[in-house]
Write a protein that binds this ligand. Structure first.
Ligand SMILES: C[S@@+](CC[C@H](N)C(=O)[O-])C[C@H]1O[C@@H](n2cnc3c(N)ncnc32)[C@H](O)[C@@H]1O
Length: 431
């Protein structure tokens, strides 16, 4: 009967059970069954079919609202740079800027957008920020605007003193930012967004597609395509720039953010071809080091921090554990790991995967195992990713980043004790 409920979750909200782990979904179902007052799973299943409120209670238990302010940093740098050059500097542009955050979870992402715009002194009456999530509990929390330490995980926390007041139990977001976001309950897969067709200049849809199977990803990507203005920019999460996204969107190939524009060939397109737009965008955002930028010298690239490279940002330095003893062979091995990292950064995941497998076969290289874990995460092969992170820490027990990733996987599979112990190990390792 649990399987029937899992199918229901898949049909209604797109949740691919394997992405969060069967054990955690089964636990959630069991807890909800107890609270529902139903005698058994059969009765509970029928209640779920007839009662929207009961179904919503289950949804609240299975969604993953994990989020924080300025998550991943770079997409917001690019966003600010894009708004500055496309909306603030050209005097003739007095259009209303419309931004969508879906899913917005507990509000950290849309509020980050609002803070970024405030920092640019973007006129408040020229912007509309909409935020949608399927979890009503998350929306309610977002609207209160009070956050605990867990929401402040970025390296740079200077925004905290500017935009928050310390209150009992956390930090309260100042009204001028809070009032800029319109929250709404919604389901990206099922709701009819036809009234908002082509409406948004920027859409953030990060860390949602990873929970969908390929078919639902395709549906979601079509919805995003419809919501985005012809010249709009879409941001997805680092594990989400896959074939479904690439089928309708063209990557802007920026380091550190998965930003996309609509592909040519759509009848709604009002501005020139992709190449022209890509070059304009990369010229404007030269500082962000687009992968193929003419402006970025090798020196700049090598000095640039890992923040600018999606996969590299997750790679440590010098944790390689080669079994090879010769210096030359070690150098060669390290160069291959860097190459694999580069390929992953550029989004050529299949090539990165082949190189990692080769490195593993030849050198049993721990970083290759770890990178392969990231590549599998990015292509939604979560079980294989978990196994790669396990292999990494088998070879290098204090590989802090692999420990953190493994903790997330284990937690999704419902084992919070092991997750906690892995996090403690990661903390010790990073110290
Ligand atoms: C991990 S959070 C991502 C939040 C934010 N975008 C970020 O990256 O930090 C995932 C969110 O997706 C929401 N969600 C899951 N399925 C959804 C759907 N079909 N439509 C809209 N939101 C959904 C969940 O409620 C959860 O808050």
């Amino acid at each position: 009967m649990c399987e029937k409920i899992e199918v229901l979750l898949k049909d209604k909200i797109g949740l691919d059970i394997s992405s969060v782990g069967t054990a955690s979904v089964k636990n959630a179902i069991k807890r909800c069954l107890v609270n529902s007052g139903c005698d058994d799973l059969g009765q509970y299943y029928k209640t779920l079919l007839s009662s929207e409120a009961e179904f919503k209670r289950l949804v609240e238990m299975v969604v993953i609202p994990e989020t924080w302010f300025f998550r991943d940093d770079i997409p917001f740098d690019i966003f600010s740079s894009h708004i500055k050059s496309g909306w603030l500097i050209p005097r003739e542009n007095s259009r209303m800027l419309k931004v969508l955050s879906v899913p917005c979870s507990t509000g950290e992402e849309p509020y980050t957008i609002a803070m970024a715009l405030d920092k640019l002194a973007f006129p408040a009456d020229r912007v509309q920020i909409d935020a949608i999530d399927i979890s009503q509990a998350s929306i309610d929390k977002a609207m209160t605007g009070v956050y605990r330490d867990n929401s402040f995980r970025s390296d740079d926390l200077t925004f905290q003193s500017t935009y928050f007041n310390k209150v009992e139990g956390g930090y309260r977001l100042k009204e001028k930012v809070r009032s800029r976001v319109n929250f709404r309950h919604g389901n990206l897969l099922k709701d009819d967004f036809s009234l908002m067709k082509g409406c948004y200049d920027v859409v953030f849809c990060r860390n949602l597609l990873i929970y969908f199977d390929s078919k639902d990803q395709e549906i979601a990507v079509h919805k995003l395509y419809d919501l985005l203005a012809p010249d709009g920019v879409l941001f997805v999460g680092h594990a989400e720039a896959n074939n479904n996204v690439n089928s309708l969107f063209e990557s802007l190939r920026l380091r550190g953010a998965f930003a996309f524009v609509k592909k040519d060939g759509d009848e709604n397109r009002s501005i020139g071809n992709y190449d022209k737009r890509f070059h304009e965008f990369s010229k404007k955002h030269g500082a962000i080091l687009p992968v193929n930028s003419q402006h970025a010298s090798t020196d700049q690239v090598s000095k640039s921090s890992n923040r600018n490279k999606p996969f590299s940002a997750y790679m440590g330095s010098g944790t390689s554990t080669s079994t090879s003893s010769s210096y030359e062979a070690k150098k060669h091995e390290e160069a291959l790991v860097s190459k694999a990292q580069e390929l992953a950064d550029e989004g050529t995941l299949e090539e990165a995967e082949i190189l990692c497998l080769d490195l593993i076969a030849r050198f049993s290289n721990a970083d290759a195992y770890y990178l392969l874990g990231l590549v599998y995460e990015a292509s939604n092969r979560q079980d294989m990713a978990e196994s790669m992170f396990r292999k990494t820490i088998y070879l290098v027990p204090d590989h802090a980043r692999a420990l953190v990733h493994l903790a997330l996987h284990v937690e999704r599979n419902g084992d919070s004790n092991e997750a906690q112990s892995l996090r403690r190990r990661a903390l010790r390792a990073s110290q």
